[in-house]
Design a protein. Sequence first.
Length: 250
Amino acid sequence: MSDKSTLREYLRGHMVVGDGAMASWLYQQGVPIGWCCEELNLSRPELIRDIHRQYYKAGARLIETNTFGATSIAQADYQLQDRARAMNLAAARLARECADRWTAMTPGKPRFVAGALGPTNRTASISPDVNDPGARNVGFDELVATYTGAIEGLVEGGADILLVETVFDTLNAKAALYALQEAFDRPMIKYRSSQHVIWGATKSECVNRPIDRFVIKLHEPKHDRTCPFVPSGPSTAGAALAVTQLGQLG
């Protein structure tokens, strides 16, 4: 993990250049569309490592781990739910290894690792059955549990920050933030949340609503586990990123 003072100083004074898509790179490398991309952290680490290397070579300062779908809920589609934590751990270690190597080559240009926490493939606020509006295929506690496993793997692997990304249901995002708060309160994880930043596609819109409303819905997720927020249309172009910076405890 990068020195926290270096990371904070860099974020205060620089625009962060991140990497790009992971899946499209994997498809170009011959990975079949529909394959479990996160499983490659375990079975083909050299492929993931090379993609990180190319992004750093192109000038990225911050790369995301290959963990967009590395939650036990999403991995259940591949019957790999028991491997989700291991996928996160391996992904963070791969990205950390690349970041440290490039930082060592150019110490004046530190590189950082963002642990990606995707939205899962379920929504806690919308029924999967049009004939039963009250039905749900996932609950808040189940989401918290799946995010907790991912968080533990990413932190242990050396992520500098965690990204709660591609938000299409704020109740899912609240579950992720709740899991972050709970995880960093536990002594087994020696890091705590130090700041949150919400980014939208534009200055005023986030998941098709003004960003201030979005933030209000997410405010203090630890104490309000029930209030959902659903986009007002099918588009997720205004997806949000909740960024949690990690700092070592004294």
